[in-house]
Ligand binder design. Structure first.
Ligand SMILES: NC(=O)c1ccc[n+]([C@@H]2O[C@H](COP(=O)([O-])OP(=O)(O)OC[C@H]3O[C@@H](n4cnc5c(N)ncnc54)[C@H](O)[C@@H]3O)[C@@H](O)[C@H]2O)c1
Length: 250
């Protein structure tokens, strides 16, 4: 049976750890020909690349040090993509940061830092990816939102929640831009997933409050990313899939 992303080239931001790394593994397992891992932490990104290439030699992985909030870094990332792979089929806008700064203590500096990474970065990546994908008549864009984007920030800062709400709207807007060209754009709103980011919230969360009585694993999300990256989701665009163990239902 043909694998789900056979021969495809993927770019995963924040692919050096957490859910982004799990996405990269999933793509390699399912036949991807190449993965560009763009992360602020080059060492982590390179480690993910080395391990994946050792396990799946047919999948070429390249790590690029990228701060998604910096336009020059994003441009550099696409230059490396062009040199190493010459095309792009799948973009996962996964890099993100959070905090639990109380609203009254939130400074403009905090606000702009979060906006730069969580929403300006995805805008820059979507714009550049869409140019390539529209020209080739095929593409899959997956944006990592959050349950906080639906319900507002409670455990997370208001800056975080509002960027994730904006991610839902960016997704719908990009979906409309790409729909006639074979490019889909969908988002995922995870609940609480066991990664370094989740540790920011410490013991604020009782897993028993989740109807499935457990936090999510990075793979719980990566499987859904894979679905959206594959042809299984071909008639879906502009959607948000809630993957949260029943925490928030829509
Ligand atoms: N973990 C959760 O419970 C949870 C819940 C909902 C949504 N999310 C979202 O899912 C995505 C992945 O989260 P995670 O839990 O895997 O996070 P994580 O903190 O475990 O990993 C994030 C990765 O992004 C990288 N990164 C951070 N800033 C960057 C920047 N400026 N440029 C490039 N890379 C950068 C980090 O180096 C790291 O490798 C994020 O967008 C996050 O907001 C996470």
């Amino acid at each position: 049976m043909e694998k789900l992303v056979s021969g495809k080239i993927a770019l995963v931001t924040g692919g050096g750890a957490g859910m982004g790394a799990a996405d990269c593994w999933k793509f390699a397992q399912e036949g991807a020909a190449g993965i560009l891992v763009a992360d602020l932490n080059l060492e982590d990104a390179q480690n993910v690349c080395n391990k994946i290439m050792a396990a799946y030699p047919a999948c070429k992985c390249v790590a690029v040090k990228t701060d998604v909030s910096k336009e020059a870094d994003v441009d550099h990332c696409f230059e490396v993509l062009e040199q190493e792979f010459g095309t792009l089929d799948i973009l996962v806008n996964n890099a993100g940061v959070t905090n639990k700064i109380p609203f009254d203590e939130m400074t403009l500096k905090h606000w702009e830092f979060t906006y730069g990474i969580n929403i300006t970065g995805p805008f820059l990546f979507c714009q550049r990816a869409l140019r390539i994908m529209k020209a080739k008549g095929y593409g899959r864009i997956i944006n990592m939102a959050s349950v906080a984007g639906h319900v507002g920030g409670l455990t997370s800062g208001v800056d975080y929640a509002t960027t994730k709400g904006a991610m839902l709207t960016l997704t719908r807007s990009v979906a409309k831009q790409g729909a006639a060209y074979g490019v889909t754009c969908n988002s995922i709103a995870p609940g609480n997933i066991k990664t370094a980011m989740e540790k920011v919230f410490g013991s604020d969360w009782d897993p028993m409050a989740i109807p499935m009585h457990r936090l999510g694993e990075a793979d719980d999300i990566a499987d859904v990313v894979l679905f959206l990256a594959s042809d299984m989701s071909r008639y879906m665009t502009g959607c948000c899939l809630n993957v949260n163990g029943g925490l928030f239902m829509q």
